[in-house]
Design a protein around this ligand. Structure first.
Ligand code: FO1
Length: 321
């Protein structure tokens, strides 16, 4: 497979991935970046198709994201939701007024016959995003959490129920019959390097890996495949990964994540505090590098992105920074 010089493909969820994507976009030209985004978090609300992870990636690359909150648009207001509440509708999923415009336009584009990937391209272009944002699939995949209180959509579990119900099982409804969106397999096969951002391994990365053909493409690509651990010292860097992993009977550890990616992963960046796991991870035939992976500031995001580019260069990728 011909590799596109300098091209970098990132697998992403939402809030956990945004910081690294922002850092990478500072150190390589956005045009060289393709982001394959989880669609399992997508949800239908008020007749609209809401794609939280796609939007988080898009708003961050467009420079309009609410970086503090980690989702939505900076400075947005919530007047439409106040009105929806007046009509007696549930408003636990906070959609800002400007954010709503994205969902209205996307839903109209899809109703007009466009694929999600085509609608995403139009939205991203309109916001001036130069990177390529690809939904992992154009098909509807829905992450459902089975809990002691019954099954619920991932957003209901996470946002409405604050990850409180006991997790029994996680299911990606529709994934077996789904196909990767156009360009997804090529973006993995033809990249110089593929990066798994520090996203929730259960609800952000797994629903991408389970799309038929994606895991195989990762296993077969000549690109170096590098992941940043979403777990530091037994806790997730952000989000409900810990609750979900523990509920599924998995040890909440960077090692568990490495094991889940062992069939395709070349390099794993873990936090210095997890240095004791290095040998065990390397016994999985994965090069393991302890470093500073917590991104508490814009400077940290850039530093980690620079470290990744340097590491990938050492692995033989000609990634331009
Ligand atoms: N997360 C929350 O914790 N509360 C919210 O009300 C909320 C609203 C929301 C609206 C649009 C959007 O794109 C994302 C939003 N998120 C919200 C984030 C989202 O629930 C998740 O963090 C991601 O799906 C996981 O990556």
């Amino acid at each position: 497979m011909r590799r596109k010089p300098g091209s970098l493909t990132v697998l992403a969820g939402g809030t956990g991935s945004a910081k690294l994507i922002r850092g990478l976009a500072e150190v390589i030209p956005q045009e060289n970046l393709t982001v394959i985004v989880n669609v399992g978090d997508n949800i239908r609300l008020y007749g609209l198709i809401v794609c939280p992870d796609l939007d988080t990636v898009m708003y961050n690359l467009a420079g309009v994201a609410d970086e503090k909150r980690g989702w939505g648009i900076a400075g947005d207001s919530f007047n439409a939701q106040k009105m929806l509440a007046c009509y007696g509708l549930e408003t636990w999923f906070n959609l800002g007024d400007r954010d709503l415009a994205t969902h209205i336009h996307r839903t109209a584009l899809l109703a007009g016959g466009l694929k999600l990937s085509e609608a995403t391209r139009l939205l991203a272009e309109a916001l001036g995003v130069k990177a390529r944002i690809l939904p992992a699939s154009d098909d509807w995949i829905e992450t459902v959490v089975h809990t002691s209180e019954g099954w619920m959509h991932f957003q209901e579990f996470w946002v409405k129920r604050k990850a409180e119900p006991k997790v029994l099982k996680v299911e990606y409804q529709g994934v077996e019959d789904s196909k990767p969106a156009d360009g997804v397999v090529e973006a993995i096969s033809e990249a110089e390097a593929v990066i798994l951002s520090p996203a929730n391994p259960i609800t952000s990365i797994q629903p991408i890996l389970d799309i038929p053909g994606v895991r195989k493409a990762l296993g077969e690509t000549e690109a170096s495949v590098l992941a940043v651990s979403p777990i530091v010292g037994g806790s997730p860097v952000s989000g409900p990964a810990g609750r979900l992993m523990a509920g599924l009977g998995l040890k909440v550890s960077a090692y568990t994540v490495a094991e889940r990616y062992r069939d395709f992963l070349d390099v794993f960046l873990i936090d210095r505090r997890d240095e004791a796991l290095k040998n065990a991870i390397e016994s999985l035939k994965i090069k393991c590098i302890p470093t500073d992976i917590i991104m508490a500031s814009r400077r940290d995001e850039r530093t980690l992105a620079e470290f990744i580019i340097k590491t990938l260069r050492a692995e033989g990728a000609s990634t331009s920074a």
